[in-house]
Write a protein that binds this ligand. Structure first.
Ligand code: DC
Length: 219
């Protein structure tokens, strides 16, 4: 199987590069962040009491399907792809991703997908925890200021509204801190992962490098 694990902080260009590399390699792009966002969305929607949270997550029906090579995540039958990219869900996903019950729930889902398909899987703990034997492990990063600039540009293109780059950088730094300092499966470069700093790279250069490494390791 071809398995490429791509980890790194928010806004490093990871998902864009992973998606394009998967297309070029003719394999599945697996977005694990979307799965954490989906559970966070389910929690926000149900707004459970503190004591009911674990049971709610355990009982949630989380399914992942690939339709025309696009990943869809369903929570209790609802396709949530259109509602999980809000700042509210981003912050909640980062918070709830620290809960053992949430990580346990998704670990099996993610491993099963990688057993079934050749994948480029992106996240925070793919090379360290989910797929420790992945053929290729890449840790993608970039300066926080550059990541904020890219995220602002993306949001401006999507919404047509001018963005506050400093506020976005603060949000990115907070999320990085939370994701790297949690007890279980923190954001961390695997010992055998290749570090790719994309601060001064174009997206085409990143994709080319990911594909080159994947082919080299698969040969
Ligand atoms: O990649 P993203 O921004 O869509 O991820 C949303 C949040 O989910 C992120 O702040 C941390 C969490 N996450 C995680 O803990 N482990 C993963 N493998 C993927 C995402």
């Amino acid at each position: 199987m071809m398995t490429i694990a791509m980890d790194g902080p928010a806004g490093a260009g990871k998902s864009t590069a992973a998606k394009l590399a998967a297309k070029e390699l003719g394999i599945h792009y697996v977005d694990t962040g979307a799965m954490y966002r989906a559970i966070a969305y389910g929690i926000l929607k149900a707004a459970p009491d503190e004591e009911a949270l674990d049971d709610l997550v355990r009982g949630m029906d989380v399914r992942v399907e690939y339709i025309d090579n696009e990943q869809h995540v369903y929570v209790d039958g609802e396709d949530v792809m259109g509602v999980i990219r809000t700042p509210e869900v981003s912050a909640a996903a980062s918070r709830y991703a620290a809960l053992p019950v949430v990580r346990e729930k998704l670990l099996g889902v993610q491993r099963t997908i990688a057993e079934e398909y050749d994948v480029v899987m992106d996240g925070r703990d793919i090379g360290t925890v989910v797929l420790p034997h992945a053929e290729t492990k890449i840790f993608i990063t970039a300066d926080p200021a550059e990541r904020a600039r890219r995220r602002a540009l993306e949001l401006e293109m999507r919404t047509g509204e001018k963005q506050d780059v400093d506020a976005i950088e603060r949000e990115i730094r907070e999320r990085d801190y939370r994701d790297s300092h949690r007890e279980i499966a923190p954001l961390k470069q695997a010992d055998d992962a290749i570090l790719l700093d994309t601060t001064h790279m174009s997206i085409e250069e990143v994709v080319a490098e990911v594909c080159r490494l994947a082919k080299e390791h698969h040969a």
